[in-house]
Design a protein around this ligand. Sequence first.
Ligand code: 4AD
Ligand code: MG
Length: 432
Amino acid sequence: MERIQIIDAKNHVGQTVQIGAWVANKRSSGKIAFLQLRDGTAYFQGVVVKSEVPEETFQLAKNLNQETAVLITGEIREDTRSKFGYEIGIAGIEVVGESHEYPITPKEHGTDFLMDHRHLWLRSSKQHAIMQIRNELIRATYEFFNQNGFVKIDPPILTGSAPEGTTDLFETNYFDQKAYLSQSGQLYMEAAAMAFGKVFSFGPTFRAEKSKTRRHLIEFWMIEPEMAFAHQEESLEVQEQYVASLVQSVLDNCDYALHVLERDRNVLEKYTQLPFPRISYDDAIELLKKNGFEDIEWGDDFGSPHETFIANSFDRPVFILNYPKAIKPFYMKPHPTREDVVICADMIAPEGYGEIIGGSERATDYEYLLEQIKTHGLDPEEYAWYLDLRKYGSVPHAGFGLGLERTVTWLAGIEHVREAIPFPRLLNRIYP
Ligand code: 4AD
Ligand code: MG
């Protein structure tokens, strides 16, 4: 007998198969027991009919505890009443691993309790659906960049540089030197772009941010493309095409997960329409002032109510262009005719999900960069290699970073970024 995964049930209708699974839930009456089974690939129902199985099999089914691991044998059938579409008519049950007093029951639990049990909470159907969306975004990312001629390059995680400022660095000892956990692979990706043309990275990044918001993680994963011989406008086009392709992939390949999450497909469809609107930082400030935001002045960074208001003025993700130089990192290209802004853009997701991409054209001038490095309190010696890129065939180049968890949170339509990563690292939480 063949052992199959639940996700493949559709290919085995009418066949008797074996499935290794856990009992997620169950209900029974005197004559019939329904087991909600999960094997990591999907959930479906197993049906045990008292009159069709030996009495001990029926009693076993009725008494199975939540999260008992079982080997089930039975026949796959269509089940038109469920969204999944298939079920198994159970003939035999073998207990593989017992489970007693599983802490996460179908009743409501508080967030702290669930976070303390994250190692088990991951088994729940909603968490499972979120991770399927995360997995799809990763798959679609490789597909998009491979199809568009980008080479995957891995920047280091232990570094000596601080591209995004020195305030939120994780410092560690590197033998007798100081090192930091990477905040961003960007500077290394710029070197890689000069070696390979178009490159992208995908890896963990770390920020010791004291922010306790629903958008901030201490450890998060970023996709960072970088393109040689590209100006900002070309980068914006890649960004909108990339994000639209992510949305489309989720629509194409995550129908069941979207159903579990009750995420409206019609809402997501709108986010595949290109181009995404562009608004300058200056106009965004004006827009906010005209609409009663008295707390913001030209030169301020946006807070989440500001981003949400701007996002709600459009029906799809929006780019905010050219922020004040004073609130952005050292490496951004200065504006050709204005002293006070740099050539950059943030992409703001709809529905209040905030910034999902930060990017810019990069400064190419050696002297300008050297001066910026000093102005930002960084040690030019630690950036000598980066400055070299401006000495040997410096070219216009641009790139961006997309935060994976913010994007998962948005597309899954969930409240908090902590559910978008398997084991979140938050302010005051490193367990489990
Ligand atoms: O805007 P950021 O800081 O940009 C960079 O790091 C650039 N060096 C990227 C580049 O140009 N190569 O971060 C990029 C994105 C943000 O838009 C956001 O989606 C995500 O990373 N991000 C976070 N996600 C979760 N938790 C945090 N604490 C995050 N900080 C940034
Ligand atoms: Mg940013």
